[in-house]
Design a protein around this ligand. Structure first.
Ligand code: ZN
Length: 204
């Protein structure tokens, strides 16, 4: 039986890794061949991340982590579409990760596309679905112009949607076994802004 970090410990480990990255003193842990071999039969990541596919936001590097440390799901705009929710349910149910971070970032192209007024019908179907989901959230919040506000809101809403759309994730939140955080990565100074910790959806 593997000792699992608590949600709070997992978050502290990620913050410490990001600080090493910021300080220019990464340890590049768990990159050796022995560690790779030890992972061949099983994995015990300390956290899952729903991130944007943007090439400037490489999740493992930002948190100074190595093989087997993070379970990472990425799409354009870090959108909590059904496949991503299922992927994170797997991380929590099977891999027992205690922490999910939704990692948005500054100047996200997918969020910028959602702010434009062009007809979604002009986009390919799958891309329109993704951008449309972001746009729905922004419209509901009355955000129609400010890209940075939109990027922050998009990350927060994606994190909240994980709890709102998954009984499994919401139950894990309620029991205290899981924590879901939203954060925003700054492309200019590489800092992370921790936006919110998601509260479980009340169950009637
Ligand atoms: Zn992006």
């Amino acid at each position: 039986m593997v000792d699992r970090p608590s949600p709070e410990t997992a978050l502290s480990l990620l913050k410490a890794g990001h600080q090493r990255f910021l300080d220019g003193k990464p340890l590049h842990p768990h990159m050796d061949v022995d560690h790779l071999h030890a992972l061949a039969e099983q994995q015990h990541p300390i956290a899952a991340v729903l991130g944007c596919a943007d090439s400037r936001v490489p999740v493992e590097l930002l948190f100074d982590t190595g093989f087997g440390d993070l379970f990472v799901a990425r799409n354009a705009g870090n959108v909590a579409l059904a496949g991503m929710v299922g992927t994170l349910e797997y991380a929590v149910e099977v891999l027992k990760v205690p922490l999910i971070v939704v990692l948005g970032h500054e100047r996200c192209g997918a969020v910028a596309a959602a702010l434009r007024t062009q007809n979604l019908d002009l986009l390919p179907h799958s891309l329109a679905q993704l951008v449309g989901q972001i746009r729905l959230e922004l419209l509901a919040a009355g955000i129609d112009r400010d890209l940075d506000q939109a990027c922050r809101h998009n990350a927060i809403r994606a994190a909240q949607r994980l709890a709102g759309s998954s009984v499994l994730l919401n139950d894990a939140l309620r029991s205290g076994q899981l924590r879901i955080e939203a954060a925003r990565y700054d492309l200019d100074d590489s800092c992370l802004d921790w936006l919110c910790s998601v509260a479980p959806v009340p169950v009637r």
